[in-house]
Design a binder for this molecule. Sequence first.
Ligand code: CO8
Length: 257
Amino acid sequence: MAYENILVETRGAVALITLNRPKALNALNSALMTELSTALDGFEADAEIRAIVITGSEKAFAAGADIKEMQSKTYMSAYLEDFITSWERVSRVRKPVIAAVAGYALGGGCELAMMCDFIIAADTAKFGQPEILLGVLPGAGGTQRLTRLVGKSKAMDLCLTGRMMDAAEAERSGLVSRVVPADKLIEEAVAAAEKIASLSLPAVMLTKEAVNRAYETTLAEGIRFERRVFHSMFSTEDQKEGMQAFIEKRPAVFRHR
Ligand code: CO8
């Protein structure tokens, strides 16, 4: 499929999606988000793909939702079209998704990165929820996911002042998993994705599901879910192979089943 607002490529079992509206700092409009959803649908269904990286340009992961497209919306048009709900496809992807962020990740850009499983940031990255400066508030999970990730005080600071935080502050506060030199960002993110893609796909997908439970339920329920899933792992071929390989002191060859 030919895309106009994203670039897609595959590197073995890893899919790389690059947001590509350079003239608008990758501002997220409905055309781009529809293409992103279509690409994610395709990679989710493709058995050869076992991990996905989403990135932007050196200057911007994404500078937010497209303000020019959004500006004329009314309450009714936003409500009737359920504005943004269809933009959350990435949060429903079952395979692992890494955000590789350089430059601006603002507003919907920061929210999109937070919908991924984890964020690897270039040392040039700048995160923020500047919606308040536009007279609105974050609308794609910013007040919720950011608060869970960095805590109330910093989330309030960022959402109420609209200020940006740099990569070092983002790492310190738990928003990003690691910071790498900008010229190594894609290499590092793809290497992390390749590592994950080399592991047992059922174990990876169930690990993702179990970690996400931590955000949706009580500790006791989360532990119960983890225990049930852990028990079920003993039914997989990959568990037999992984443990046998350890005992035989050889690398495991997972068959993803
Ligand atoms: N929307 C539309 N166009 C944009 C956006 C945007 N969010 N950001 C930048 N652009 C455009 C500019 O208008 C400009 O276009 P033109 O050359 O035609 O005037 C071009 O990109 C380059 O931008 P600048 O000239 O402003 O570049 P600077 O380097 O001077 O500044 C900044 C970079 C600081 C990033 C600045 O562009 C900026 O502040 N952008 C807006 C950031 C913002 O407010 N983002 C929040 C938007 S609201 C939002 O995201 C709501 C969330 C909705 C949910 C989304 C679901 C995933």
